[in-house]
Write a protein that binds this ligand. Sequence first.
Ligand code: CUA
Length: 153
Amino acid sequence: RHEKIWLTLSSLMIIGFLVLAGYQAFALELGPPSHKETIDPQKVDETAPFNEPGVYQTGENEYEVVMIGQVFSFNAGGDELVFPAGSTVTFTMTSKDVVHGFQIAGTNVNTMVMPGYVQKVTQTFDSPGEYLILCNEYCGSGHQLMASTITIE
Ligand code: CUA
């Protein structure tokens, strides 16, 4: 009788772990973006919105950053990533070449930027300061140089 209880408990734990793994993969967008909008990686420069990378104000305290990941930089059209405190920023990204990572230090943002897919992540920045953007996927010899900065004032 006790065996049955343990069997049920361990089954429930396994299901729990599976649900947790699924949640991490999908809700936190760590997994491959199979459900996302696709883009021809050869035609990034000609495909909207990536034909005009940069920072766009989309509302009061709302911004969109159209950014292209490419060895070994985050290309936002040369625009500075400077926003007032309390801003909600959506990063719309794709890669022109290989898989890059997009992590914003000090936040929960940590995702992949893959060629062929459009990746969107949104983050609200309440506290002023400098936030480091890092590529966290090994993408070649200049990987460790692939970084950028967000300034919240
Ligand atoms: Cu891009 Cu590592």
